[in-house]
Design a protein around this ligand. Structure first.
Ligand code: SAH
Ligand code: SF4
Length: 363
């Protein structure tokens, strides 16, 4: 492994400091920042705005590429692309690009689903990442480079990243500082310049982090993985519920909505005969009454380590109807990239089972 520090781990101030130490004028720092985050240059040689000498210094002092794409899968409809990146320490993470047609009213959205940790400590039973266990936190640079990697690809096609969701591997609020710093980095108007409202953070419901996030009054979207409307069922699926029960979680969500004035999203993976019953739908509606929120339901993606099945079309429709009849807005999400195991952590998890039976996924 190279000893040179990773350039995307540094803030603009830290890089400027280094350049000062090298006796460079201040505007060089701004040029490098622009090259990294606006021009999306990936190697020192591309920094043609700099002297050859400075380019050499950059390459001698910093590592530019850290994520090594090892597998890329494209869904059969060519709309979803998933890359498994190998990190220098041997860990693997996944990033997914989802293209949406102009046709469906989303104005050609290009959404990236990025990882914030290698593995995850939260152990949600239906989640492939949870089944892997926790490996480590990603650094700011490792989170940011996932976006830059796909941004470069899109740029070559005359397109750009329009949305970033922190819904890949890992729990962003369990790696709070780096996740928020990565968003701030990508948000910087002097650099990548993606507006705050184009980001969404998804959390399993770590209450102290939600409270901190509320206090900090961020403008990014916030989604809570709820998946069950009573403590017994939720704790059987999401161990974190033993520590942070539903009542307290919803209270923290209400405070978030009150303080920020923003709508909050709840996620619900529908599992046949488990959490897709009319009783769960009615309990959910009761929990969310009066809260400015939206519910996203998605039929479960099957994973190797969990026997549950996804809900049938009829049960999905019924669940949604109950919520809507109770005045709760609800969208059924289409499962993207099911043929490429685009669900959270599925590819990295499968890597760890090479030689065993592949998981069977059918549409
Ligand atoms: N750790 C965060 C973000 C990553 S998971 C969180 O849990 O919110 C992103 C979303 O995918 C979460 O809502 C999670 O519950 C959901 N998810 C995980 N495994 C899934 C599966 N097998 N099928 C459907 N949704 C799943
Ligand atoms: Fe972690 Fe989210 Fe998967 Fe739960 S659903 S194990 S919090 S990544």
């Amino acid at each position: 492994m190279s000893e040179r520090p990773y350039i995307y781990d540094f803030s603009q101030e830290e890089l400027a400091e280094q350049l000062r130490a090298w006796g460079q004028p201040a505007y060089r720092g701004a040029q490098i920042w622009d090259g990294l985050y606006k021009q999306l240059w990936a190697k020192p040689e591309e920094f043609t705005s700099l002297s050859k000498e400075l380019r050499t210094m950059l390459s001698e002092h910093y590592r530019f590429t850290h994520l090594k794409p090892s597998i890329t899968l494209n869904s059969s409809d060519k709309q979803t692309h998933k890359t498994l990146f190998k990190l220098p320490d041997g860990n693997a993470i996944e990033t997914v690009l989802m293209r949406y047609d102009d046709r469906d009213g989303s104005q050609g959205r290009r959404t990236l689903c990025i990882s914030t940790q290698a593995g995850c400590a939260m152990g949600c039973v239906f989640c492939a990442t949870g089944q892997m266990g926790f490996r480590r936190n990603l650094s700011v640079g490792e989170i940011v480079e996932q976006v830059l990697y796909f941004a470069r690809q899109l740029k070559a096609e005359g397109e750009h990243v329009t949305n970033v969701v922190l819904m890949g591997m890992g729990e962003p609020f369990h790696n709070y500082k780096a996740s928020l710093a990565a968003i701030a980095r990508l948000n910087d108007p002097k650099g990548f310049g993606l507006g705050s409202r184009h980001f969404t953070i998804s959390t399993v419901g770590l209450i102290p982090a939600i409270q901190r996030y509320t206090k900090e009054r961020h403008q990014m979207g916030l989604a809570i993985s709820l998946h069950a409307a009573d403590d017994e069922l939720r704790a059987s699926m999401l161990p974190v519920n033993q520590r942070y029960p539903i009542k307290d979680l919803i209270q923290a969500c209400r405070e978030y909505v009150e303080v920020t004035g923003r709508r909050i999203t709840f996620e619900w993976a529908l599992i046949n005969d488990v959490n897709d019953t009319p009783e769960q739908a009615r309990k959910l509606a009761a929990l969310l009454r009066g809260l400015n929120c939206h519910v996203n339901v998605i039929p479960l993606n099957p994973t190797r380590g969990f026997a549950g099945k996804r809900s049938t079309r009829e049960r999905v429709a019924e669940f949604r109807q109950i919520l809507e009849a109770e005045g709760i807005s609800c969208t059924v999400r289409v499962r993207r990239g099911i043929d490429i195991q685009a669900g959270c952590g599925q590819l990295a998890e499968a890597e760890g089972h090479k030689g065993q039976q592949p998981i069977q996924i059918s549409n």
